[in-house]
Design a protein around this ligand. Structure first.
Ligand code: BTN
Length: 326
């Protein structure tokens, strides 16, 4: 979906920061009348944007609604493909479901689906995912990498590293860590989950649907009681409201950079980034799999993102799926 005229005008104001923009200049740049510009500004005001009129200079954007919006994300993007097509929706069952439809309709590599809330958000292992309205990032990035199905899990690791580094680049007060396989924790509490789904033939990936759920602006009372002892939000940890659009763009910027790194140089640099960002490697952990409980030292991950644990007797065990306690 390309930007509408209204989005283009908004993008100009977002890029201008505190500088006023002249209505005449915008009208000339976009080849439309001043009245048309004024009508778009009216419509943006109805959506919650606030403009101040500055005599002889034009308009200044002085207030933004607390919504994720495509134009604002675009204003922070430095990507070639990721996030260049954004489907923003108020409410969906799950952004994964919408992304599957888009794959069937031939959507382009890097298409993003993002919603203010999900009525049936999906977690890993068929668990539900809580998606408080207007408070988090509930999005799916659909990519079409030229890889075989066995490589798909590595994109989950690429994503975890991209999300952690995006957070580190924007926020100073907390230290996010990856908990194997792909949760992101702050001070031991989960703030982010990643769910990767695949559309593929035996020997070819058609698309990967990378679902990212981030608790951004919730306060503790927004979480259901059963999550209050194990979940957190970035806002709780940073101590202020955060700009979700800026974080979405930063994640997409890192995602494209790391996906290219992975395609060009293989898994080794991603493994290194992942192990640096991980709070699991080097620690003594307890892994509860479907069949057994294993305790030992987490020593690293393999090419497939499999966790290796060294038991007290020296034996090394590979863990494909488990709940981990550090
Ligand atoms: C997990 O269990 O930790 C993974 C949670 C993934 C949640 C995200 S929110 C956006 C996307 N849409 C979904 O329905 N799930 C993922």
């Amino acid at each position: 979906m390309s930007l509408t005229m209204k989005d283009k005008i908004l993008e100009r104001f977002l890029l201008a920061g505190d500088e006023p923009l002249s209505g005449q200049q915008l009208a000339d740049d976009f080849g439309i009348s001043r009245t048309a510009i004024w009508k778009h500004l009216q419509s943006l005001q109805e959506e919650g944007y606030e403009f101040e009129t500055i005599k002889k200079k034009g308009y200044c954007l002085i207030g933004k609604p607390d919504r994720v919006d495509a134009a604002r994300i675009t204003s922070f993007l430095s990507t070639k493909r990721y996030g260049r097509s954004i489907h923003y929706l108020e409410e969906v069952t799950s952004t994964q479901v919408i992304a599957h439809e888009l794959v069937r309709n031939g959507a382009e590599d890097g298409t993003v689906v993002i919603a203010e809330t999900q009525t049936s958000g999906k977690g890993r292992m068929a668990r539900p995912w809580e998606s408080t309205k207007g408070k988090g990032i509930w999005m799916t990035l659909m990519i079409r990498p030229n890889v075989i199905p066995q490589q798909a899990p590595q994109f989950t690791l690429v994503t975890a590293v991209a999300v952690v580094n995006a957070m580190k680049s924007l926020y100073a007060h907390f230290k996010p860590e990856i908990k194997w396989p792909n949760d992101i924790l702050i001070n031991g509490r989960k703030c982010t989950g990643i769910l990767t789904e695949m559309v593929a033939e035996m020997d070819r990936v058609e698309a990967l649907l990378i679902g990212i759920g981030i608790n951004v602006n919730q306060q503790m009372n927004h979480f259901p009681e059963e999550l209050q002892s194990i979940a957190t939000s970035l806002s709780i940890e940073e101590g202020k409201q955060l700009d979700r659009s800026e974080l979405v763009a930063s994640i997409l910027n890192y995602m494209e950079q790391y996906s290219e790194l992975y395609i060009n140089e293989g898994f080794a640099p991603i493994k290194k980034l992942w192990e640096t960002a991980s709070g699991t490697i080097g620690k003594r952990i307890k892994a509860t799999t479907l069949r057994e409980v294993i305790e030992g030292q987490a020593i690293g991950i393999t090419e497939q993102g499999v966790l290796e644990i060294q038991l007290d007797n020296g034996e090394i065990k590979s863990i494909y799926s488990a709940d981990i306690e550090v």
